[in-house]
Write a protein that binds this ligand. Sequence first.
Ligand code: PGA
Length: 255
Amino acid sequence: MAQTKKLVIGNWKLYIDSPKEAKELYRASQNAARAARRTHVVVCPQTPLLGLFASNVSSSIRLGAQDAFWDVEPKHTGASSVYALRSLGVSHVILGHSEMRAAGETSHLVSLKTQTVIKHGLTAVICVGENERDMRGGYLTTLESQIRESLTGITRPKLASVVIAYEPVWAIGKSADQAMTPSTLHETTLFIKKILVSMYGRKPGTAVRVLYGGSVESKNAASLMQEGTVDGFLVGHASVDAKEFKAIIASVDKA
Ligand code: PGA
């Protein structure tokens, strides 16, 4: 996937349970993706549904998983290995989502998963984001340590397989008017890029794609894209509404 293209990832979470619904949504998302010229589209169904699309991954739409196990050792129960995901055509894996972090996932674990995912040729979509914004700027420290710790062990040549998804927890699962404002997003994107530059140097650091996630809808997609200086979005609830998702993809493609 060319690093310069914009990226929209649909995180279906557990919104879609049935194969029938999943197939319909995938088809609609694929049509929307085909119309995009400068934007890559990835959709992430829950793991049991991934196999439905194994033979239908194309250059217009890619398949993502919502997690992957950090080890390739078979003696683990209840996880999904990178081998299995890869054999189903998965190219992207969401890691460290706040809903996983809330259930105990640490940045250390995210870094192990990131290393495994990249080692096996997949792209890691690393989610970071503060729970709340405090007046004293403690959220910046949270953000910085999540980025640094999650990227432990990731060397410069592997950076092309990393996407950072900035998802402030307080803005997730709401409506467009409760999402982050474009100007605040712009400031935060600069802060994230600054950390990446300090870790990897100017060129490699600024080349990492940074997405925004948290109540992206068709209403706010264009302004977040234009003023927020992000490379695309990680979309939750609006990605399971075919019309909304199509409109978001179109806004990103136009920006
Ligand atoms: P949301 O979810 O778009 O429903 O806020 C985003 C996410 O959690 O990835």
